[in-house]
Design a protein around this ligand. Structure first.
Ligand code: ZN
Length: 147
């Protein structure tokens, strides 16, 4: 299971001018990463920040970026979980190219905007699950335009 951190801590702390660390699963696994994506979806939705979508970007069994749908709270139609997670991973890793990274997100296939963003970020593969981390589907490499 995941070690706990205070939820919804900003990736960038303007007071300390530093990125807050992402706490990692005690036992990294696809199931643990998908469980975190589903947890982010639930918690963000509970806070009325957007519809229930969560996403994590992973490399070498380590979460590099997380996101959840914040379209409502940010008044931003593009603030989908996948976009937020890609942006955070790029910022934390100090790179625009996420080749070698994979995405775990809930729901079916990401929307065309998010899948295209994953394509441009060069993410290797997208894994999805609707409601349980035991139901992971490998969606393969992201495609330009999605679907
Ligand atoms: Zn999307």
């Amino acid at each position: 299971m995941l070690t706990r951190r205070r939820f919804l801590v900003p990736a960038f702390d303007p007071v300390t001018d530093r990125l807050t660390p992402i706490e990692q699963p005690e036992t990294p696994s696809p199931r643990a990463f998908m469980a975190r994506a589903l947890e982010l979806a639930r918690l963000g939705s509970r806070r009325n920040e957007g519809t229930p979508y969560g996403c994590v970007i992973v490399k070498d069994n380590r979460i590099a970026g997380e996101g959840w749908n914040r379209a409502s709270v940010r008044h931003d139609a593009t603030a989908h979980a996948e976009i937020e997670a890609i942006q955070e991973a790029c910022r934390r890793e100090q790179r625009r190219d996420l080749a070698g990274y994979v995405m775990y997100t809930n729901g079916g296939r990401p929307c065309p905007m998010c899948e295209t963003a994953a394509y441009w970020a060069r993410i290797d593969r997208i894994f999805t699950a609707v409601s349980s981390p035991d139901e992971i589907t490998d969606r393969g490499a992201p495609k330009y335009g999605g679907c």
